[in-house]
Structures are given as C-alpha cells and as structure tokens.
Ligand binder design. Structure first.
Ligand code: 3HC
Length: 287
C-alpha cells in the first residue's frame, strides 16, 4: 500500500513534528486539532522550520514550498477523511485516546492503518475499543524533536496484522526514520529505560546529591547525553514524565520503583511543566 496522505490527530509538539517530517519526505499530511490556536502554532512551527532548512541549504526554496503545499490544518476529523494513514498524537491519557480511536474508526476507510504515537500506553488496550479494526492498530512512537530524532519504536498489539506491521516499517523508512520493534509492555523500551533515569535525577536533586545544573552537567559531560536528565524532563514536559511513570506503575504490577518522585509531582501540581509553561526544573522566563 502506498501512503499518499497522513492524518495526524493532535497538533502539539509531536503531531506537528510528525506532519512536518511526512511533508518533507513527499507525503501529504493533514493536522487535525480541535484547538485553532494549536493549529496556528503548528503552522508557524512548520513555516519556521522550512525557512531554516532553506537558510541552512538543506533544502531549496522550491523544495520548501512543495513541502508547505503538502501540509494542511483542520479542526474536524471528518475533513481529513481522505487520508489513507492515521497517526494519533493526542494527550497521553488513555480515556482521551480511546475516544479518539472510536472516532478514527468511524471516520477513516476500512483498510486505513490507525497508528498511535503513544509513549507508554498498551496498544492492545487501545485497540480493544474497536475490535473489528484491532488488526489495523499499531504503535508508531516518534521522538522529540521528530524531524531530528532517527528512531520510530514500533509496537504491535495482540491483534496487529503482519500487513499493518510491514506497512508501518515501510512508512517509517519513507519518512527517513529507523524503525525498531518493541513489545507491548507499559513504557515499551524507550520510556521503560529513560523515565526511571529521569525520575532518579529528581530523587538525587531532592536528596541533595547535587543541584539541577550539576546533575545535568555530570550526565552530559560524563555520559555524553546531549541534554542532562532534568533539562530533558523540562523539554519533554514534566506532566508527560509524570503520566508515563504512572502508566508504568499501573501497568507493571504497581511496582513502587515506577512511582514519580515527590519533587516531580510537586512541580507538576504547581503548574511548572517545563519549556511549554516557561518554568519547570529551570525558569526559562529568566533565560
Ligand atoms: N524541530 C526541528 N529541528 C530541530 C528542533 C525542532 N523542534 N529542535 C532542534 N532542531 C534542530 C536544529 O534546527 C538544529 O539543526 P540545524 O542547526 O542544522 O538547523 C539541530 O536540531 C540542533 O539544534 P540546536 O543547535 O538548536 O541545539 P542542540 O545541538 O542542543 O540540539 C537537540 C537540540 C536536538 C534537541 C539535542 O539537545 C538533543 O538531541 N536532545 C535530546 C533529545 C531527546 O533525548 N529526545 C528524546 C526525548 S524522549 C521522547 O521524545 C519520547 C517521549 O515518549 C517522551
């Protein structure tokens, strides 16, 4: 099957990154979001990134114009119904995702793959709300920033067909990514390994082992991470980190090692969510 047009459900950081990556690789992409402000931000991000690619001579102006022409933005899912591939990239909340999957099932054609960019939620459980189409549901987990990060973690649910998996691998490669499989356990591989490390950095901070800047410098300079774990937590979103820890706690036998640290929970409760709110571990208002 040739993917001609992708519908990306959710115009946030991940959704807008997925749409841009598709368009740059020659695939039409429609961003669906009920929030018009979110769509405006996605459009602005796309314009800025394409202009940057031209100024960096990674792309010609003609190429950037062609990618921009492949992008569209709609508030109603019905207006994206001609897409022949869907990636859901909404909030990491199982009830929201389940209701979106029912809507996707009702909106798109009977052979369209219904992928999810979930970072931790069970694919089998999401597919359970649309049993007739469970063979077409698959995890297609991109990484932030999507245009830069090479990986797509591909997760099959219990009912996912081999055709769906093969198409997902093919599409990932067409989008310039390297697909790597993981099994359907909470957090998959990426967040099963990454999030406890980030969470431990919060514990280390709370225990007075070092201040955030020093924790991050130690992990950057000593372990060659591009960002330290606390800076990365701000970049991902502290609420997202907390939610992923809770999905793993609930999905992995309530093992207390997956409970989010009190320091992380407190910052989220205070509304300090990281880059997106201007303050998280670090205060970005002050630069
Ligand atoms: N969109 C597109 N391109 C972007 C971008 C974005 N949002 N952010 C950065 N870039 C590009 C820049 O344009 C730049 O390329 P250019 O100079 O050639 O144009 C290049 O990336 C490097 O950016 P910068 O020079 O601004 O900054 P850095 O060298 O510090 O790199 C970074 C920024 C790529 C974000 C780097 O710090 C990094 O790799 N950080 C770690 C990111 C990471 O771990 N991501 C995974 C998060 S986990 C996840 O997503 C899973 C989820 O489930 C939680």
């Amino acid at each position: 099957m040739t993917v001609k047009k992708i519908a990306v459900i959710g115009g946030g950081t991940m959704g807008s990154g997925i749409a841009l990556t598709a368009a740059v690789h020659g695939i039409d992409a429609v961003v669906v979001d009920i929030n018009e402000d979110q769509l405006a931000r996605a459009k602005d991000y796309h314009a800025k990134q394409l202009a940057r690619s031209v100024s960096k001579e990674r792309m010609t102006q003609v190429g950037a114009d062609s990618a921009a022409a492949k992008l569209s933005y709609v508030t109603a899912m019905a207006d994206a119904a001609d897409a022949n591939w869907v990636v859901e990239a909404a909030t990491e909340n199982i009830d929201i995702k389940k209701s979106i999957f029912v809507q996707m099932y009702e909106t798109f054609g009977k052979s369209v793959v219904l992928a999810t960019n979930t970072s931790s939620i069970s694919i089998t459980e999401l597919a359970s709300v649309i049993p007739d189409a469970a063979d077409r549901v698959i995890g297609m987990h991109f990484f932030n920033p999507v245009p830069v990060m090479k990986l797509v973690e591909v997760i099959k649910g219990e009912e996912t067909s081999s055709e769906t998996t093969a198409s997902t691998l093919k599409l990932s490669e067409k989008m310039g990514k390297i697909p790597v499989p993981a099994n359907d356990r909470a957090g998959f591989v990426s967040n099963r390994v990454l999030m406890p490390m980030i969470n431990e950095a919060f514990h280390a901070w709370a225990d007075g082992v070092a201040e955030p800047e020093d924790i991050d410098s130690i992990m950057k300079l000593g372990c060659a991470f591009p960002m330290g774990p606390l800076r990365l937590a701000d970049y991902i979103g502290l609420d997202v980190c907390k939610d992923i820890m809770m999905v793993m706690y609930n999905g992995l036998d309530e093992n207390p090692k997956y409970l989010p640290s009190a320091k992380l929970v407190k910052l989220v409760d205070q509304g300090y969510l990281g880059d997106k709110s201007g303050r998280g571990v670090y205060n970005y208002d002050k630069g």
